[in-house]
Design a binder for this molecule. Structure first.
Ligand code: ADP
Length: 444
């Protein structure tokens, strides 16, 4: 880039000097010719009647004019006398003579065939005879050659100036460009006080913004992937943990049975435990499959009569509540039609109501409110401690960690309900007071 600017400036300078040389030579040449013509006209005024119309007269007039060539001709162009040469042929064909015969005076510039030099001729018609005066003049080439040393000096100075100018201009042009490139590489906002560079600055700023946006997107994607990986790892570890408990139990009792020597009563306990734990294991597996299936559940939604579904489910769950003397209070509006799927609403409603019964006190109550705004399941149960409120919707979270405990859940019910709500664009939440009861809400 620097070299190109230098070469270009150098080339332009040399070309300019050459053009200047040629043009100024031409101007000088034309001006000297025009000056010569004027002089010749003035010289001609010095011609008077005393001068004889022959070679003598021509020489005398030439002397008077400090040696200018003088030619005296008759009206037909025949040379009567010439100050420089003798015995010249008829000159009627010469340009200046022709013009003088026709118009009274004539000029011409050419190389003299008689003297072999470049001359300016002026011829005047004195009614009856013609007088021609000629002076030497330089040709434009001679002028050029004579001024060449001066031009070369001028060219030398110009080249030096051009080098200085090229150096300064490359520095002046390139340093703001370099500045912009540096600012762009640093990733900051690129600004230039030069309006010519503003479009480049704008492009670089736009590009930097795009890069920053893409970097943010990549970062966000990376975080998502990491989170998904962590969540997957955590899920696998939870599943393994949950499976381990029944498997250890089954294996333990199976080994005891295999070893023999157990009483009939002990054997009965072993068989019963193996059966219960197997059932728990298969129930855990179906819960996990059910939860995992939700991720790929993209089946289309359709209108579901949630009112009818809720009433059916309450009938099915009532025996469970009755066992513990729990009253179910219904505030269910008619025709609550929801865009969803039957199985999704069954999961949400079933999990919330089953929990409200499961984590209730004997003789307590469950109040179910359903309208077009949402679903609310309130209970008068054990409630949830403040610190656990945010965790109840997490996978495998249970307050009672001994999974063989009274309620024995896997901690997947609310996670399933939350996932369905998220996918449907609904909001699920909980309010609770320990020992008083909880209220789970779903806002459609
Ligand atoms: P599970 O009931 O199978 O353990 P859930 O995901 O349904 O799993 O519930 C997670 C945990 O949240 C439960 O173990 C329980 O500790 C708490 N929980 C859920 N519903 C209630 C409720 N209505 N009252 C008190 N605690 C509840």
């Amino acid at each position: 880039m620097k070299w190109r600017i230098w070469l270009l400036s150098f080339g332009i300078t040399i070309l300019s000097v050459l053009i200047f040389g040629v043009v100024s030579t031409q101007i000088y040449y034309k001006s000297s010719i025009s000056d010569s013509k004027e002089f010749l006209r003035v010289y001609m005024n010095a011609f008077d009647d005393d001068i004889s119309l022959d070679e003598e007269g021509a020489k005398a007039f030439s002397e008077k004019l400090n040696g200018a060539r003088v030619t005296i001709l008759d009206a037909q162009g025949n040379v009567l006398g010439d100050s420089e040469a003798a015995g010249l042929e008829n000159h009627a064909g010469r340009e200046e003579i022709k013009a003088a015969i026709l118009n009274g005076e004539g000029f011409a510039v050419r190389s003299s065939s008689t003297l072999g030099k470049n001359m300016v001729y002026y011829c005047k018609n004195f009614d009856g005879f013609l007088v021609r005066i000629a002076v030497f003049t330089d040709s434009s080439w001679t002028i050029f050659v004579s001024t060449l040393p001066g031009f070369l000096q001028f060219a030398g100075i110009m080249v030096i100036l051009c080098i200085v100018f090229a150096f300064l201009s490359t520095h002046l042009i390139l340093s703001p460009v370099k500045g912009i490139a540096k600012a762009a590489a640093a990733g900051g906002e690129v600004n230039s006080k030069y309006t010519e560079l503003a479009p480049i600055a704008d492009i670089l700023n736009e590009r930097n913004r795009n890069i920053a946006r893409q970097m943010d997107e990549i970062k966000a994607e990376k975080e998502l992937v990491e989170r998904a990986q962590n969540s997957k790892d955590e899920f696998i570890s939870n599943v393994t943990h949950e499976m381990n408990t029944p498997l250890t139990s089954i294996r333990g009792y199976a080994e005891l049975l295999d070893a023999g020597g157990m009483t009939e009563r002990q054997k009965a306990v072993a068989y019963s435990t193996i059966l219960t734990q197997s059932e728990r294991l298969s129930s855990l597996i179906s819960c996990i499959i059910n939860y995992s299936k939700l991720d790929s559940d993209d089946l289309p939604a359709y209108e579901v009569d949630f009112s009818a579904l809720a009433r059916e489910m309450i009938c099915a769950l009532k025996p469970e509540a009755d066992k513990r003397n729990i009253t179910i209070i219904e505030h269910i509006d008619d025709n609550v039609i929801i865009m969803s799927r039957h199985e999704r609403l069954t999961e949400i409603f079933g999990n919330l109501v089953r929990n409200a019964i499961k984590y209730n006190k004997d003789g307590g109550s469950v109040t179910i409110t359903l309208n077009f705004r949402g679903l609310k399941v309130e209970d008068t149960g054990i409630g949830i401690a403040e610190e656990n409120m945010g965790k109840v919707f997490s996978r495998f979270f249970t307050v009672d960690k001994s999974h063989g405990g009274k309620n024995g859940g896997f901690g997947l019910g609310l996670a399933v309900a939350k996932k369905i709500c998220q996918k449907s664009g609904w909001k699920i939440g909980v309010t609770s007071a320990l020992g008083v009861g909880s209220a789970f809400t779903v806002e459609f």
